[in-house]
Ligand binder design. Sequence first.
Ligand code: C2E
Ligand code: CA
Ligand code: CA
Ligand code: CA
Length: 276
Amino acid sequence: SKDAGGGVFHSYEPQLHVAAEERRILEIALRSALQNDELHLNFQPVVDTAAGSLTGFEALLRWTHPDFGPVSPSKFIPLAEDARLIAPIGEWVLRRACAEAAHWDESIRIAVNVSSEQLHNPAFVSVVAQALGQSGLRPERLELEVTESVFLREGTGAVRVLEQILELGCRLSLDDFGTGYSSLGYLSRTRFSTIKIDRSFVQAAANGGREATAIIRAVVALADSLGMTTTAEGVETEDEHRVVGALGCGKAQGFYFGRPLPLNEARTLATNSKGG
Ligand code: C2E
Ligand code: CA
Ligand code: CA
Ligand code: CA
């Protein structure tokens, strides 16, 4: 609408405008996604690197809007966090994931992503307790994945919430390790079962990157000495599988082992070891 001359603004302004408009539209749509039944879960296999056997699944949220089609979680999760919609959505994810995993073999775990916002609400502990109680899932089969960002806000009680989740008997994983504001202090304060090593390190190490290789080696050693295990994320190739196995990652996850699966396919795999 403005006249010529502001070249820089002319090339950026329309894009910013579209992005803001898209956000606004998506946020409105997201507000009704839950009651309109537009959300569902996929389940990605997590395997034991050495044995190649299935140890669990990570629940990954999917949103399919009737007009826009599938919206990427990397787009709508941050939006849900900003719009204060992550608590009800996250609660739905937790209930659905626990209810589903209750059908699986006792040896198969379920991992659920939890946003920092959820952990800063003391009531979250009772949400977890209820999801477990109503599904009958044993707490040790539920693993909550949190990112380093949860430790950024001081004095808000998130650490206490994590402790109470541990008291329920659940497990905690530290997700996307190495991509955030890594500080080793909280590894000694909070009892994580698993450190999840981000795909970027896996990729770089398999490409011969010496730094990435050294970092994975160090994280594995650190995890070992703290009684934790490691999961290599985003393993796409046989080569990457071999490299993370050789570096000592106990578990692995990625397209090489399996894409995120619809519920019925995950259930077939998760009830297989019973036989019949
Ligand atoms: P994340 O927790 O790091 O999840 C792993 C992401 O990597 C998933 O993307 C998964 O589909 C993708 N992935 C798995 N294997 C491979 C691979 O071999 N190669 C590549 N390139 N990617 C792989 P997705 O499903 O798009 O989820 C993105 C992020 O959205 C998740 O990252 C997580 O942070 C968030 N998210 C997903 N579901 C939930 C949820 O229920 N609650 C919360 N709070 N966040 C969620
Ligand atoms: Ca995760
Ligand atoms: Ca991750
Ligand atoms: Ca991630």
